[in-house]
Design a protein around this ligand. Sequence first.
Ligand code: SF4
Ligand code: SF4
Length: 253
Amino acid sequence: MSNKISVGHVHMSGCTGCLVSFADNYGGLLTILDKYADLVYCLTLADVRHIPEMDVALVEGSVCLQDKTAVEEIKETRERAKIVVALGGCACYGNITRFSRGGQQNQPQHESYLPIGDLIDVDVYIPGCAPTPQMIRNVCVMAYLLLKGNDDQKKLAAEYLKPLMSLAKACTSSCGCDIMDSVINQGLCMGCGSCAASCPTRAITMQYGKPNVDREQCIKCGACVSQCPRSWFSFDVVSQFEGITDAINGAME
Ligand code: SF4
Ligand code: SF4
């Protein structure tokens, strides 16, 4: 395996929690930066002012349509990155920014926020508010294997990334209602509780063995749907679980 890949963190209308989650890999982040990825752009951590060419762009946050610079930046990101990753619920689904209505000083006209997939093509989703450190780490390692690995590693990485790519193709909005509509109402729910465990606001409680969603508490992050094993579960990935785990553990040693 050869050189490192170049990775950038692009900060749109996000809270930096996704970047904190990336940093929460602790020593694992240092291993990634040491062996696999050069961080070529990240306004929080490095003094590079303009979006450069990069292999992977980790984009955090949604896009304010009334902010001309933000709209230009997301388009530049697409032009300059080989792989665009929507990092976290805001970039994937809008999340809390779905509730933006404008009217606040000192930019009362800043009222419309869209997930990045409504403005550009997105290759990979990492849902969650915040997304887990492990998932961000895994995507970085798999992107490295995809771009720099041997044929077997490329194949494994493609299998791992496939469901996250299919999530990116599926839609740009999500909320707890999706659990009701696409799982429970379809007779698919097995009462495992993964949706309730993944909800960051505890909007989901298990009642009589099935999830109940409090829509007032839902922030539309999409974590419950992406974690539900009856929504988009990929048997391709599960059947290769050991190989994937070995590849990631081996990479992080
Ligand atoms: S119910 Fe919870 S996990 Fe599901 S979209 Fe709403 S806030 Fe996110
Ligand atoms: S994660 Fe899916 S299958 Fe499990 S309880 Fe929730 S809706 Fe049902």
